[in-house]
Write a protein that binds this ligand. Sequence first.
Ligand SMILES: Cc1cc2nc3c(=O)[nH]c(=O)nc-3n(C[C@H](O)[C@H](O)[C@H](O)COP(=O)(O)OP(=O)(O)OC[C@H]3O[C@@H](n4cnc5c(N)ncnc54)[C@H](O)[C@@H]3O)c2cc1C
Length: 246
Amino acid sequence: MNEPDRPQMSEPSKPPQGPVARMLLQWLMRPARVTGVETLSPRFRSIELEGDALKGVAWTIGQKIQVAMGSGLSARTYTPVSWDAEKGRTRLLAFAHGNGPGSRWVSALRQGDICWFFGPRRSLDLSAPRAPTVLFGDETAFGVASAFRDNRQVDYVFEVSDAAEADPVLAAIGLGGATLIARSAEDAHLASVDAELLRFAASAHFVLTGKASSIQRISRSLKAAGVARSRMSTKAYWAPGKTGLD
Ligand SMILES: Cc1cc2nc3c(=O)[nH]c(=O)nc-3n(C[C@H](O)[C@H](O)[C@H](O)COP(=O)(O)OP(=O)(O)OC[C@H]3O[C@@H](n4cnc5c(N)ncnc54)[C@H](O)[C@@H]3O)c2cc1C
């Protein structure tokens, strides 16, 4: 479903201003046209980007792109769900959690908009199949989880702020079997996340993404249960009070 016209809520992604910055950054960034914006829920958008600059690009699951915001001097990071290097097309799954530039960009995005981005660049390395795998994350990890979906035997555990919103989104992206755990005050829900993940401690490879403090807490629990560091891939996607992690 493509979005109807709505007033623009944020500055669109633009090439950087100023001759030197523009020259340098345009050389490094790729332009893309927004060819589809699907509203999966009030805060989730599936975004399709296309352009010649996306053709012939080598991409692997888990890599990131950094989309220029406003005048191009800051960027926000998203994870391609797929990349068709022949057609020059990629897709993102973005969560507009609040009122930062990324959330405003996601909420205001319309078909036909142009955006500029760096990448794809290395982030989580999920290219080598390691089964069984358990992926833990939150709303920001639905994209990487969806990219991962067809490749191997994976169990998904997500902490989410609103299970009623997240549940149909996961069903729509083919992850209806995921375990959803609603966040609670003072992170008390992480005890349930621990219990869920520890069931797999004997043999699984763990991919831990999303909120930095949750990843820290869970990797400690897994380590205490004897899971070697080599069986964990971790990447924080956000941390309270920090902006624009990459
Ligand atoms: C490698 C990588 C890949 C990522 N891939 C994706 C992706 O595919 N899809 C996606 O939606 N996001 C993804 N993210 C997360 C996204 O970049 C951040 O959530 C980013 O902060 C959003 O930008 P913003 O301008 O809305 O908020 P910011 O201005 O960056 O943040 C403002 C404040 O909001 C809070 N905050 C940030 N993110 C969240 C959140 N998710 N929930 C609650 N509070 C938050 C923090 O306190 C922060 O200080 C990824 C991040 C990284 C590092």
